[in-house]
Design a protein around this ligand. Sequence first.
Ligand SMILES: [Zn+2]
Length: 242
Amino acid sequence: MSYSSDAKTLDIQSALVSDFLAGFAILDQDGQNSGIAGHLTARIKDSERVLGHQYGLAFDEVDEHAVRLTDFDLEEAEQGQVSPSLAFHVALYRARPDIGAIVHTHPDQVIAFSATNGQFIPVFQSALMLYDQVVQYKDYDGIVESEALGQKFARHLGDRQILLLKNHGLISVGRSVRHAVCAAVIFHQNCHIQMEAMKTGIVQGFSKTADDPDILLQASAFLNRDHIIDMRWDHLVRRALA
Ligand SMILES: [Zn+2]
């Protein structure tokens, strides 16, 4: 990506920005719009800068003119360019150098599932990409605007990929925009299916007690391979932009 640290300009033709913009379209199409309250950010590789979007715009309104570049100090938040809630993204990026992108959304089915206090169980094969990767967060700490609260999220998340916020929504992290967005989409779908199964009173998803843990881990590793994520991503892009 061509990038001038002085002028804070960015190449809107870059692969990162292209994926970044597609990510908003995919999440919008997937029912994760979240109005003005959702976020998708992407770290500029090996830097303390992230891509965000203009505060106040919903995912369906984000185009190349709405992309914002901000330092970890979030000066751009004080100027109204990005959400002050990106403070928790900064905390997660600082805590986890492996994180390249973060999704935060509030899909109805995810909130409903969180309100049941139910434990996430992969209930379809593709959801095994999130096997042992979901952590519940049950505290309510008010509107998230501080890096300190982000540090608390980071401690709960550990080295995993999804934080399920009770009565709130999801945080999905990944080594790339593609990984973070695909995980958010699969997690959303699993919440929907698991809730359907819960109506019967019985949920028998994949588990290390009912299934061979090694096979579950092998399936998870397969589903997280870059070329599998890329194929899933390409389909999501086609679906979102059709
Ligand atoms: Zn939120």
